[in-house]
Write a new protein. Structure first.
Length: 353
């Protein structure tokens, strides 16, 4: 006898919809819906963060072994964090730009120009607020010029920011007349003293931490962050999805300029002065820190946490070398080797399914 069909086979009221089978490729395997790709990317990023933490831990051990009394001293650790703060803020902005597929070679010159402009005598007459606002406005102004030329002028970011680097550095030299401009605003100078530390943490480190946290939230929890990744990963697909790529790039260069303005103010607090040589090689250090942290130069991938760890690694290396009286050229060679190693790791991870 023929067995009666089940309720599902008969299409009765209890029969649920049959899920459509996933399409298969010529090899007979089911197509990936994108979930495994995302999980694979997340795992690679997690492994990179753990690796960076491991490298930082190794450097701390090396510093503790070579100069235990000096390196592990609380004042020296505070110095490492303070020195990381200025370039760290710049790196946060540079990370966003690089993730979008752009580049900003002018960050160091913008920091110099903002610090010089903000420490002019006329600006200091307005006190703390005058110096801070001037630093931020100069940074935003330079970022606006970069963004307009790149986004709406359709110029190559490398050329635009290279021109800005030369122009901003030259303008800073002209304004300062090659001299160091001393800050005489008490409210600014007091922030660099130990009495202003909060629970042993310098105010500059707190600002750096706040910028990093805000940058992480913007990148990972907002539409702006998703548009940045999309613009760098596949600009044409992002455009077809309704994202205004030109406006997004303008905003990103404005963000980079803002970070440079904040960094210039922190540098004024740290040094108590403004000079045209400020921010020297910041463009290279910020790009290198972002690359070490996992940001692809081609765009579309990166993390704020990784960039922050990259900054801490570079600053720790510099501190260890200085404590051991090693020459600057040796430091640069070590940094170069680390950058090459990071790029090789990126290429390997990019080709790994």
């Amino acid at each position: 006898m023929t067995q009666p069909a089940s309720a599902a086979q008969q299409g009765g009221p209890d029969a649920g919809p049959h899920p459509a089978p996933r399409p298969k490729d010529p090899t007979g395997k089911q197509h990936d819906d994108g979930g495994s790709t995302l999980r694979s990317l997340t795992r690679r990023l997690d492994v990179r963060i753990v690796s960076l933490l491991g490298v930082l831990a190794v450097l701390v051990v090396i510093g503790g072994i070579t100069k235990p009394d000096q390196f592990l001293d609380t004042k020296n650790l505070q110095l490492v964090l303070t020195q990381s703060s200025v370039i760290g803020v710049v790196t946060v902005g540079a990370t966003f730009v690089i993730m979008s597929g752009g580049i900003d070679l002018s960050v160091g010159a913008i920091v110099a120009l903002a610090s010089v402009w903000a420490t002019t005598v006329a600006t200091q007459d307005y006190g703390f607020a005058g110096v801070l606002v001037t630093s931020v406005l100069v940074g935003l102004g330079c970022g606006l010029v970069n963004g307009v030329l790149v986004a709406y002028g359709r110029m190559v970011p490398f050329i635009v920011t290279l021109a800005m680097m030369a122009s901003a550095r030259g303008l800073a030299l002209q304004i300062s007349d090659g001299k160091t401009q001393i800050v005489d605003v008490d409210g600014i100078l007091s922030l660099g003293e130990r009495d202003s530390y909060v629970l042993g943490i310098p105010p500059l480190v707190i600002v750096f931490a706040a910028v990093a946290v805000i940058g992480w939230l913007v990148l990972n929890r907002t539409t702006f962050g998703r548009r940045t990744v999309a613009a760098g990963g596949n600009p044409e697909a992002a455009r077809l999805a309704g994202i205004d790529i030109r406006r997004q790039r303008l905003y990103l260069y404005l963000l980079s300029g803002l970070c440079c303005g904040i960094a210039a103010f922190l540098l004024i607090i740290l040094s108590g002065s403004g000079q045209s040589t400020n921010g020297n090689l910041y463009e290279l250090d910020s790009i290198a820190a972002a690359i070490i942290g996992g940001t692809l130069l081609s765009g579309g991938r990166g993390t704020i946490v990784g960039s922050v760890l990259g900054v801490l690694i570079f600053t720790t290396i510099t501190n260890i070398f200085a404590l051991n009286n090693l020459q600057t050229d040796v430091q640069q060679i070590a940094k170069g080797a680390i950058i090459v190693a990071a790029v090789l790791v990126q290429r390997r991870s990019a080709t790994t399914p």
